[in-house]
Design a protein around this ligand. Structure first.
Ligand code: PGA
Length: 248
């Protein structure tokens, strides 16, 4: 009942030359049975959205401001992302939480702004290594979920990405049991708060997803796809991940 989603987060990587990777990705996946999303740096959103018009690849931002407009130098509003051709936006990525001191309240306000503008928001949560090692993972995830998801979220407008901070860009991946435990806890919390909408919200796993571990991760219950960083930059890496998700 939940359509699977392969989402790529290019972070601060890529230039106009990288648009060739998207053309390659579309050629390799002409009629995908899963949703595909790429979140390039803001400088590429317009061009990528134009290149992806009428295709099965959606384009998203990596962050948005909570306000609709105004004196916020360097920031981008959700409406501006929409205007540039984006349909999604990532909010609350751990790199934003760390680099820009974003709190759950900040993330919630951004998610609310994204949904109000008509975007689907990908809300990121996940524990640090010290939180994991001190047995606080489920508490941290529950707190972030409660604090970061706005009441306006629905099964269509919100996607949750569980990304253990210690697994991002490190090559370290939780065990399948650890992923299953957290995804089950997230699902239970979503259903408790949003009822049928909570059952329809997709939960992505993120953190060192690669072509060689994707199939195993996608076999875990309540893993509805992935948020992929490094391995989304090249079509040769992202395509096998999309294929693994299609076959899951
Ligand atoms: P990674 O990044 O796949 O490079 O670990 C994932 C993410 O930060 O979304």
């Amino acid at each position: 009942m939940r359509r699977k989603l392969a989402a790529g987060n290019w972070k601060m990587n890529g230039s106009t030359a990288s648009l060739a990777q998207v053309a390659e990705l579309m050629a390799a996946n002409p009629a995908p049975s899963v949703d595909i999303l790429i979140c390039p740096p803001a400088t590429l959103i317009g061009q990528m959205a134009t290149a992806c018009l009428g295709t099965s690849v959606a384009v998203g931002g990596q962050d948005c401001h909570a306000k609709t407009s105004g004196a916020h130098t360097g920031d981008i509003s959700a409406a501006q992302l929409m205007d540039a051709g984006a349909s999604h936006v990532i909010v609350g990525h751990s790199e934003r939480r760390t680099d820009h001191a974003e709190t759950d309240a900040t993330v919630r306000a951004k998610a609310e702004a994204g949904i109000a503008a008509g975007l689907t928001v990908v809300i990121c949560i996940g524990e640090t290594l010290s939180e994991r090692e001190s047995g606080k993972t489920l508490d941290v995830v529950a707190r972030q979920l409660a604090g970061s998801i706005p009441d306006s979220a629905t099964g269509e407008t919100a996607v949750i990405a569980y990304e253990p901070v210690w697994a991002i860009g490190t090559g370290k991946v939780p065990t399948l049991d650890q992923i299953a435990e957290v995804h089950a806890a997230i699902r239970a919390a979503l259903v408790a708060r949003f009822a049928t909408d909570g059952a329809r919200m997709r939960i992505l796993y993120g953190g060192s997803v690669k072509p060689d571990n994707a199939a195993a991760i996608f076999g875990v219950p309540d893993v509805d796809g992935a948020l992929v960083g490094g391995a989304s930059l090249k079509s040769a890496d992202f395509s096998p991940i999309i294929a693994a998700l299609s076959n899951a």
